[in-house]
Write a protein that binds this ligand. Structure first.
Ligand code: SF4
Ligand code: SF4
Length: 388
């Protein structure tokens, strides 16, 4: 914990987002709730929650299970997929173990084909995600897929999902997102009163916890942040280069990049990925005549590189850059993630020409072997914007 920092979430799990989530999920299971595993930012949480279910995030970020994953999957596959599958193969993933069914979306090829293996182990419902989000058929097709998911959940868990229930969950999500964005706003201040780890702890937990359970945590975090500002407590130095990190979802062993950025003197002010703030952008239409369509519309707005064209990624990047005012943008691309890798070139051009800011792409995996190489490159780019 940073000097002078009271914990933002004072529950004994500071800095260990996965353990916090697991503890929460286990407590919900003990209360009799059913758990459903999810793999993606497109999982329609409002329908999952309207079914009374608790989501468990199954994406893994640990190098230790990659070798096991590679006994079935090719080595030249994204580490997120290999790590996630390696946990399942070695039967060591507590999140997968506690999940009674899995919801999967056809995003990238690697995930899609991995789902075929896990479907042999647990009931797995694959949703056909439209990948041309701007075509008029996309909204209808994705709405149908979300309704079909509702049917799968009702049959599997013997529950009933009502339109009113989905509409209520839409309101709950909007409230949670609103409060989280008020917290993110603190990272836009000239002196940043919170760390990337604290942002990450909140964004990770926000995916599994209900709004009701998050509210007291968010209110306490807000009070703590206001006190830090009043006391003049901040993270990093006033002249530290501000860094926006975009790209693939990262966590666990991949947070080596975030640690290196801060060790090199940068302050991370924005995490623009599905493991960061991306999941909490946007707004669900409330009181829509068809709440499923409202859910569908919002998720189709998620700017993942599996979409084509993915113009919303640049629009969202503009919004984030205008708000958090980074000095540098660092794009983290996991090895063999072709869609984010290809898209990186567009992001670079956009950042350098429209925003006139330096851009650095880091391709990496979950091993620690490239940390010093990453450090050299990060130090070099931060040097170009050094305010000293
Ligand atoms: S980056 Fe794309 S595929 Fe990965 S979790 Fe986010 S939306 Fe899903
Ligand atoms: S990081 Fe890329 S390749 Fe890996 S699961 Fe996500 S979209 Fe697929």
């Amino acid at each position: 914990m940073e000097d002078g920092f009271e914990p933002l979430i004072d529950d004994g799990f500071a800095g260990d987002a996965a353990k916090r989530c697991l503890s929460y999920i286990q407590s919900q299971r003990e209360k009799g709730k059913h758990i459903v595993g999810i793999y993606c930012g497109y999982a329609p949480m409002e329908v999952i929650r309207a079914a009374g279910l608790v989501p468990a995030v199954l994406c893994a970020f640990a190098d230790k299970t990659i070798a096991a994953g590679e006994t079935t999957l090719p080595a030249n596959l994204c580490p997120l997929i290999k790590s996630s599958y390696g946990f399942i193969k070695t039967d060591t993933c507590p999140f997968y173990a506690i999940s009674e069914a899995v919801i999967a979306e056809t995003t990238c090829d690697g995930k899609k084909k991995m789902f075929e293996f896990i479907a042999d182990i647990k009931p797995t419902h694959v949703m056909d995600l439209p990948q041309l989000p701007d075509q008029k058929e996309a909204l209808d097709n994705w709405t149908k897929m979300i309704k079909k998911l509702g049917g799968f959940l009702e049959n599997t868990f013997d529950c009933k999902i009502t339109n009113a229930g989905v509409a209520q969950e839409i309101k709950n999500t909007n409230l949670k997102n609103k409060l989280l964005n008020v917290i993110f706003d603190f990272a836009a201040l000239p002196s940043v009163p919170l760390t990337w780890q604290e942002i990450y702890d909140l964004t990770y937990f926000g995916q599994v916890a209900t709004t009701e359970d998050m509210l007291p945590i968010l209110e306490t975090a807000l009070a703590t942040l206001r006190k830090r500002v009043a006391d003049g407590v901040s993270h990093g130095k006033k002249d530290s280069p501000r860094v926006l990190v975009t790209g693939c979802p990262i966590g666990g062993d991949a947070t080596k990049v975030l640690k290196v950025i801060e060790e090199a003197g940068g302050v991370i002010v924005c995490l623009d990925s599905c493991s960061g703030m991306k999941a909490y952008a946007g707004h669900f239409e409330e009181n829509a005549s068809d709440p499923y369509q409202s859910v569908s519309r919002r998720y189709l707005d998620v700017p993942c590189s599996c979409m084509t064209p993915n113009a919303k990624r640049l629009t969202e990047l503009d919004r984030m850059m205008n708000k958090f005012r980074p000095d540098v943008v660092i794009d983290v691309v996991l090895h063999a993630c072709h869609s984010y890798n290809i898209e990186s070139s567009k992001v670079k051009t956009h950042v350098e020409t429209k925003h006139k800011k330096p851009f650095l792409k880091i391709e990496t995996d979950y091993s620690q072997g490239d940390v010093e190489q990453i450090r050299t490159r990060v130090e070099a780019v931060l040097e170009t914007v050094s305010k000293k």
